[in-house]
Design a binder for this molecule. Sequence first.
Ligand SMILES: Nc1ncnc2c1ncn2[C@@H]1O[C@H](COP(=O)(O)OP(=O)(O)OP(=O)(O)O)[C@@H](O)[C@H]1O
Ligand SMILES: [Mg+2]
Length: 285
Amino acid sequence: MTATTADGLPAAPAADTAPAAPATAAGLVVENVTVSFGGLSVLDNVSLTSSTGEIVGVIGPNGAGKTTLFNVICGFVRPQEGRVVWRGKQLRHHHPYDLASLGIERTLQGVGLFQGLDALDNVLVGAAPVARSGLFSALFGLWPSSREERRLRDQAMEALDRMGVAEYAARMPSTLPYPVQKRIALARALVSQPALVMMDEPASGLSASDISELAELLGALRSEMGVLIVEHNMDLVMATCDRIVVLDFGKVIATGVPDEIRADPVVTTAYLGEAVESEPADARD
Ligand SMILES: Nc1ncnc2c1ncn2[C@@H]1O[C@H](COP(=O)(O)OP(=O)(O)OP(=O)(O)O)[C@@H](O)[C@H]1O
Ligand SMILES: [Mg+2]
């Protein structure tokens, strides 16, 4: 099928980053994305935007298509229709390993750490895109230079420290509690200071106090980068997100600010039920 724009026009010609039609202030624009797997419709004409200065939440029941949407943005899944525009250019034929150099980082549903690397090395994997050493050096085992390595290690330690887990730098992930592993995964995503971070269920498996620290972190990141989160924890979503996109069976059934989503009968009745009746954030103070 031919990819189309929001206006129903044919998408730009194939190129790794073809110019997008309309200029937009949003860093990320997902336009009319449609995905089906073996005839099963998983995303149906889904659009959203994300910019620095806002936290956008993507919510929806299990199987709604949230992770698939992230996979489309990351280049894991090619949409049958629609397109992904990043900083004014359409991403085509991109792959997950291109993302870091584009300034996009992602945490996976679960943890997704390399089990054979200690915490610091896991974060260094995320720091690699900002390394100055080149491919030649890497190929010949010269990467990174000791000075470069020190710089990267300092950055990685700072990222671990920001997440409050610097003391575990030398530990293997499997020896650490799940919430600590999740913080390490966040450190890996943030160490390169991306322009957009995408988090898939960052609160899952966390205690209330961990979630409250996560909310603080999200608030702090808002001014530094675009933040896109997929999350089931409605209290976190309602307290931190500036805008929310609700997916159900692959379709956007609602978009709006938390109060609009909370009050939307389509959302409350058709999808969230009681869960959306979480207390407004300001009522908990
Ligand atoms: N590679 C794939 N091949 C076939 N079906 C898939 C594939 N990936 C996802 N699906 C199906 O697509 C639908 C959406 O899955 P997805 O993982 O995006 O949902 P989700 O909203 O992230 O759910 P959850 O909240 O449980 O993580 C599901 O029905 C899933 O089984
Ligand atoms: Mg998912």
